[in-house]
Design a protein around this ligand. Structure first.
Ligand SMILES: Nc1ncnc2c1ncn2[C@@H]1O[C@H](COP(=O)(O)OP(=O)(O)O)[C@@H](O)[C@H]1O
Ligand SMILES: [Mg+2]
Length: 377
């Protein structure tokens, strides 16, 4: 049992030992499962009367990862009912978030290159596994990456807004309610680019994460949400090298490539990125220096996930976004019938046996063909 402010939290079957995190929406604790004394991490929804979307996000992080069994992500163990919401029980591998690690150690100017390459290569591997499983994380940032400081294992957490679909179009939303974390959100995830989100969105957020780990600051520091969204879409971020001229130029180029506005200009696969990071790491360990080399030579466009051409999508939702008239389908049909009764040039098409409008619509979609046949017969 643990006292937080004026509330007492307890969960049947678990002993809560220590609070790790107290956010506006969630609370995270270390604890043990009483049955077998397994160390666990318990995440709760803070709101006593959670909204539908809070519950949906909470379930999402469990359902999307429960059968994955990937070494690069924190394994969820189960979802317990808790009040009107849920408690997510996760494995405890003794991790601390990169955000807390940097803050607690007061690494004001970022982490060392040796530490960076270890972490960056591990995250690239995890992203490769995730993307191969057709999962886009959509909220990559230092607070959602954990490291165990003894074993140096690195794992990704928080799949609250992750998606399984290969591609989706973000609706135009108020920046205060956008999914993801504004400081790390990709241009396409802002919903203001009229283009789909695919796994390359994670590379943008990873670029911002790398920038922050290496410099101790974010590339865009605007506090106004609208300005921040605008910066992601239209403003060129500074290079690593501009912030700290001691950083190898090639590393600066890698981070800038990840932060490219257009997904086509970023790395196209986590494998391509990992290869370049490993080359840097090897050179750095051997000579303490990294020479410039051609980037993305091992980058595989598309990897195992299809990338569609700009502005097209796969899902029904995407289609409706791109072709709004698709959502007018019932009205379209009613209007066509009205026209059919009223239009003066109907007679000109008398030889066709019906008016032109239903004919045109009939060509658009077979479903309407069946309805029209039913009506005309
Ligand atoms: N399995 C875990 N092990 C250690 N710390 C964790 C774990 N899960 C979450 N945390 C800590 O709790 C914080 C918030 O967890 P997260 O799942 O990202 O919640 P939210 O959905 O509110 O962002 C993380 O930044 C990290 O510090
Ligand atoms: Mg989080």
């Amino acid at each position: 049992m643990l006292v937080l402010s004026d509330k007492i939290y307890s969960l049947a079957g678990y002993r809560i030992l220590k609070q790790i995190y107290c956010g506006s929406k969630t609370l995270v604790y270390r604890g043990v499962k009483e049955q077998d004394q397994t160390p666990v991490v318990i995440k709760l929804i803070r709101n006593e009367s959670p909204t539908f979307s809070e519950i949906a996000q909470f379930r999402n992080q469990y359902t999307i990862t429960k059968n994955l069994n990937l070494p690069g992500i924190v394994q969820p163990l189960c979802l317990e009912n808790y009040g009107s919401g849920y408690a997510l029980i996760m494995e405890d591998f003794g991790g601390i978030s990169l955000k807390d690690w940097v803050r607690q150690n007061k690494l004001q100017h970022g982490i060392t290159l040796k530490e960076f390459f270890h972490i960056a290569i591990a995250i690239a591997s995890s992203l490769e596994e995730l993307h191969r499983s057709r999962i886009i994380h959509k909220d990559i940032k230092p607070a959602n990456i954990l490291i165990n400081l003894s074993t140096l294992e690195v794992k990704i957490i928080d799949f609250s807004i992750a998606t399984l679909v290969p591609r989706e179009i973000q609706d135009l939303k108020n920046p205060n309610v956008l999914e993801g974390t504004l400081a790390y959100i990709s241009p396409e995830q802002t919903g203001r680019m009229n283009r789909g989100i695919d796994y390359r969105s994670d590379f943008y957020s990873l670029g911002i994460t790398f920038f922050e780990l290496l410099t101790g600051q974010l590339p865009f520091t605007n506090t106004d949400p609208m300005e921040l969204v605008h910066a992601h879409i239209a403003k060129q971020p500074p290079t690593l090298h501009q912030i700290n001229p001691n950083h190898p130029l090639i590393l600066s180029a890698i981070v800038s490539k990840l932060m490219a506005k257009n997904a086509e200009d970023r790395y196209q696969s986590a494998l391509g990125l990992k290869y370049d990071l490993e080359t840097c790491d090897r050179q750095w360990q051997e000579s303490g220096n990294i020479t410039t080399f051609d980037l993305a030579t091992k980058d595989i466009s598309g990897g195992s996930i299809p990338i569609l051409s700009k502005g097209t999508g796969l899902t029904q939702k995407s289609c409706t976004n791109l072709f709004p008239w698709r959502s007018w389908r019932p009205w379209r049909f009613v209007i066509s019938l009205l026209f059919e009764a009223k239009i003066p040039y109907k007679n000109k098409f008398a030889h066709l046996g019906c008016s032109p409008l239903p004919l045109i619509l009939l060509c658009i979609e077979m479903r309407e063909l069946i309805i029209l046949i039913l009506i005309y017969v």
